[in-house]
Design a protein around this ligand. Structure first.
Ligand code: S3P
Length: 174
């Protein structure tokens, strides 16, 4: 079974995913990086050339392939929950952990993250904080419906998030 981290940009999926993979001695896969290495293009370039719709198609193919793998820790791009097929495929062999954070904390984390320039093109014409608030509201139900377990990462360390996931997974498997 895979452990899949879902949630909006900046909720800690990649950082937590890498730590979790180390602790559990499993491989870590970031779906955005997987897309970039299989297409040879940055996420930003895919958006520029093919628009969001083109990116979502590529993402759906990538998620279908990742879902067939086993025992991986997968950090899924923030928009995977927008397509039912993605959620279904990930759930077939995965436990989905939703990471959440407040819009302000997400905004600060994204602004400081080097991943932002190449992997996080604007998704609306709103200012960054308003875009975050708007999309969180729009996606809230999809995130909740997809998740098997939810952790708010706003005020706890990544290590504590990892510990909580390990406890939940242990309970789930035993
Ligand atoms: C997106 C999130 C990004 C990336 C793309 C679209 C989204 O992934 O897939 O820029 O729609 O929320 P991260 O959540 O890993 O930043």
């Amino acid at each position: 079974m895979n452990i899949v981290l879902i949630g909006f940009r900046g909720t800690g999926k990649s950082t937590v995913g890498k730590l979790l993979a180390n602790r559990l001695e499993r491989d870590f896969i970031d779906s955005d990086k997987y897309i970039e290495s299989s297409t040879g293009k940055t996420i930003k370039r895919i958006f520029e050339e093919e628009g969001e719709e083109g990116f979502r198609k590529i993402e759906t193919d990538a998620i279908a392939r990742l879902s067939k793998m086993d025992n991986k820790i997968i950090s899924a791009g923030g928009g995977v929950i927008l397509r039912k097929d993605n959620v279904k495929n990930l759930k077939d062999n995965g436990f989905l952990v939703l990471l959440e954070a407040t819009p302000e904390i997400i905004h600060n984390r994204i602004a400081q993250d080097e991943k932002t320039t190449q992997q996080r093109p604007s998704l609306t014409d709103k200012t960054p904080l308003n875009e975050i608030k708007h999309l969180l509201e729009q996606r809230e139900n999809s995130y909740k419906n997809a998740s098997d377990y939810t952790i708010n990462t706003s005020y706890i360390s990544c290590e504590d998030v990892v510990n909580e996931i390990i406890t939940v997974i242990d309970k789930q498997l035993n």
